[in-house]
Ligand binder design. Structure first.
Ligand code: DC
Length: 237
């Protein structure tokens, strides 16, 4: 039996993580946050002194690293016995992830690991190349977009609410640099699949994105998603 997969791709700050989490919990499907895997590679390699030009050690690390995403403690990430979720979620870890993500050997080494998340009853996979490379046979693909300005504003609000002092202009520059790198790399660049539904979330909140996605899922997969998210939810990164 083919295990169903819903793919959600797009740059950071478009609300794809929020949508993926909501869909996975409402459908009770597995969740793959592939960006977290690239972040873990970047953070884990750096703390082991493995540089990006040392392809032998880097790919050996990617193939052998023991990672667990806790279902008991949502958001928890353990790498070889060490809780690393706080460092993995840092803005700078996203930038470092984008740098290791251009390396074809790293992408190749992560491919099977990502596909192993595809288990019954189904998978919601969020990233940059879920619909184009990792799960091209998915019948339900979303590609979320939003302007860099709106994404920087969302991230700014999120960090300020967490008590982190940030500079909006710096965030915007980081987003633009990361978009450029992710979109122009030679292997698996950030691109919508030909059969992806493109959703511009500039003027949408989380509930609206979820409602729109739910309608599409009902139409394409015949699954009915009843959701409870309040209409005022903002879209986080
Ligand atoms: O979604 P995120 O911000 O956690 O992703 C961090 C970086 O990882 C992103 O800038 C590019 C890379 N990435 C990727 O190349 N392919 C994916 N499927 C997911 C993330």
């Amino acid at each position: 039996m083919t295990v169903p997969v819903i793919t959600i791709d797009g740059p950071s700050g478009t609300g794809k993580g929020t949508l993926a989490n909501s869909l996975a919990s409402m459908l009770r499907w597995h969740l793959l946050d592939s960006g977290a895997l690239y972040r873990i590679v970047a953070v884990g390699a750096e703390s082991r002194g493995i540089t990006r030009d040392n392809l032998t050690d880097l790919t050996a690390f990617v193939r052998s690293m023991e990672v667990s995403f806790s279902t008991e403690f949502p958001g928890s990430i353990v790498l070889e016995g060490q809780e690393i979720s706080d460092i993995v979620r840092l803005e700078e870890s996203g930038n470092k992830a984008s740098l290791v993500a251009v390396i074809p050997e790293v992408r190749e080494a992560l491919l099977q690991r990502q596909r192993a998340f595809r288990r019954l009853p189904g998978l919601v996979a969020d990233g940059r190349d879920m619909g184009t490379v990792v799960f091209p046979d998915s019948p339900m693909k979303f590609f979320l977009t939003a302007s860099a300005q709106v994404r920087a504003q969302r991230r700014y609000k999120q960090l300020i609410n967490k008590g982190v002092s940030v500079n909006l202009r710096g965030l915007l520059l980081d987003i633009q640099t990361r978009d450029e790198r992710d979109s122009t790399r030679a292997v698996a660049p950030l691109l919508p699949a030909d059969d992806a539904i493109i959703m511009d979330t500039d003027a949408m909140n989380a509930a609206q994105v979820l409602a729109e996605a739910s309608n599409r899922i009902r139409a394409v997969l015949g699954l009915d998603i009843t959701h409870t998210i309040s209409g005022n939810d903002n879209l986080p990164g």
